[in-house]
Design a protein around this ligand. Sequence first.
Ligand code: ADP
Length: 247
Amino acid sequence: LNRRVPEPPGQDEIAQLARTANATLDRLERAIGRQRQFASDASHELRTPIAGLRANLEDASMHPEDNDLRAVVDSALRDTDRLESIVTDLLLLARIGTGAAAEESIDLPRLAEAEIARRTFALKVSTEFDGEVTVRGVRMQLVRLLGNLLDNAERYADELVTVEVSREGRHALLTVTDDGVGIPPEDRERVFERFTRLDAARDRGSGGTGLGLAIAREIAQAHGGTLRVVERSRGTRFALRLPLAGE
Ligand code: ADP
C-alpha cells in the first residue's frame, strides 16, 4: 500500500489514470490509519476505568467477613481480568503492521525451542528442526504468534504436540500439530475471525479471548506470510509460511 504508481507528466489518459490511482491509495491509507487510531484510542480509554474497577474490587476483597459479598467481588474481579485481556489483545491487533516495531534476523528453530523450553507442558512435545531457518521479523510478535498456536495445541491435544520447522522453496515452514478434537472443514477459515469460538460452552471457560488466531494471522500477514489450518484426518495442524531472510 505504500507504493505509488509513477505519474508521467502531461494530461493524457495514462497520466490522469496514474494520478487517480495514487489519490485513491492515499485515501485508503488515511482511512486504514484512522481505523487503527480508533482501535488504539478505544483500548487506551478502556484501560483507565478497568484499572479503577480493579482497584476498588481488590480493596473490597480485603474484607472477607461477608461471604456473599466476597463471592460477588471475586466474580467481578475475574470479569475485570477478562476485560483487561481483551483490551490488551485489541490494542495489539491495532498495532501489528504499523511498522512501529523494529525487525531483526530471527532463526525460527531457535525461537521455537526457546518458547517450548519456557513453558511447562503437561503433554509430550516432539520437535523436528531442519538446520538454520532464518526470517526477518519483529521478535516479540513472532513469539506471540507461536505462543498462541502452542497455547491452543496444548489446550486441545489429547497427548501429543509436534512442532516442526523446515524450508520450502523461498519460505520457512513452521507447523504446530496436535492429536486432539480437530477443527471441522467448514470452520477452518472462521477460526481466524475475531472472537470466534467453535464451542462456546467448552471454550469460554478456557480463559482465551477468541482473538488469539486473529492476532496470529495478522502477525503472519504483516511479515509477508500466511497462516492456515491444514486438513488432517485427526487433530489439528497449523502451518505458518514466512519468506526466508534475504529472499
Ligand atoms: P481462544 O482465545 O478462544 O483460544 P483463538 O482465536 O486462539 O481463541 O481460537 C479460536 C477457536 O478456534 C477456539 O476457541 C477453538 O474453538 C478453535 N481452536 C483453536 N485452536 C484449536 C486446536 N488446536 N484444536 C481445536 N480447536 C481449536
